[in-house]
Write a protein of this length. Structure first.
Length: 54
């Protein structure tokens, strides 16, 4: 029974690892969306600055 317990703990470790991978992919998604938001914000700022000059 102790052997079975050790195999169970190993499978749990694998599950936690796959969850880590999922959270990492989510981080990448949020980073890309953040970069897009920054570019849009910079674009709006540059447009408003140009408009203010005229």
């Amino acid at each position: 029974s102790t052997d079975e317990d050790s195999s169970d703990s190993e499978s749990q470790d694998e599950d936690s690892e796959s969850q880590d991978e999922d959270s990492e992919s989510q981080d990448e998604d949020s980073e890309s969306s953040g970069a897009a938001g920054l570019s849009v914000t910079l674009g709006l700022l540059s447009i408003s600055a140009i408009a203010a000059l005229f």
